[in-house]
Design a binder for this molecule. Structure first.
Ligand code: IPE
Ligand code: IPE
Ligand code: MG
Length: 232
């Protein structure tokens, strides 16, 4: 499906893997594996659709308090993803970025993520941003500390440049699967004027077609940014 008015930057809160597994009487780890496979598909679809930036909420700062067993499974999936897929992204001229506090992750995972970012092409025509141990509040606090250290007067633009997402335009469209109606600490500064889209579909069931329908809905949204209709 081709749609007009494509969002430049899309964020996805990929929620519902655990419930997807429970419905099938499978362990949660298999839900996360199914979610990872779906994520791979959506990265391609987003690029084909003309999206320029895709931010994927992989793991929140709060998720780090989950049981060790679940986290170990998630880290294994990340290891595998970065080993198997990142070079394919480079080959398609896609840039890889990682946002979040990587310092507390297992060292080998941290290294893979940093290398994934460092080896990625420059001037790419598509950028995938993985939010890992990411929290909007932690990000804002970190930027505030850097601003205080610099000691200069600070503008919204300057502050934005100090966030993990420095240099990346704000998200135009945020999709959350899994039925919850909240942001759960995702891009809370950057989402000020994002269009929000919530669906009950659990992430592993969020097909390319459903993603395209969400983009189609975005194309009909009327973004006013506080102005009145005639102002445009
Ligand atoms: C989202 O799925 C993935 C992560 C938060 C890591 P969940 O694991 O939160 O799935 P539900 O919400 O329990 O179904
Ligand atoms: C949000 O999902 C985080 C990710 C999808 C990575 P959660 O399942 O952690 O969110 P809550 O706990 O329902 O708010
Ligand atoms: Mg959840």
């Amino acid at each position: 499906m081709t749609v007009g008015n494509i969002p430049r930057h899309v964020g996805i809160i990929m929620d519902g893997n655990g419930r997807w597994a429970r419905k099938r009487r499978l362990p949660r780890s298999l839900g996360h594996r199914a979610g990872m496979n779906r994520m791979i598909g959506l990265i391609s679809r987003a690029k084909q659709s003309g999206v320029k930036y895709l931010t994927l909420y992989v793991l929140s700062t709060e998720n780090l308090a989950r049981p060790r067993k679940e986290l170990d499974g998630l880290f294994n999936l990340l290891r595998k993803y970065f080993d198997d897929n990142v070079k394919k992204l480079y080959a398609q001229n896609s840039e890889v970025r990682v946002i979040g506090d990587l310092s507390v992750l297992p060292p080998d995972v941290r290294l893979k993520l940093i290398e994934g970012e460092e080896n990625s092409p420059e001037n790419a025509d598509f950028c995938v941003i993985f939010a890992i141990n990411y929290g909007g509040r932690a990000e804002i606090l970190n930027a505030a500390k850097r601003a205080a250290e610099a000691g200069e007067d600070i503008s919204e633009e300057k502050f934005s440049s100090l966030l993990y997402t420095g240099g990346i335009p704000d998200p135009d469209f945020i999709i959350r699967t899994g039925g919850e109606l909240r942001l759960s600490n995702f891009l809370i500064w950057q989402a000020a004027y994002a269009e929000l889209y919530f669906t009950d579909v659990l992430f592993p069931d969020f097909t390319d077609e459903l993603f395209s329908s969400a983009l189609e809905e975005y194309s009909h949204r009327n973004r006013r940014f506080g102005k009145i209709e005639d102002d445009k």
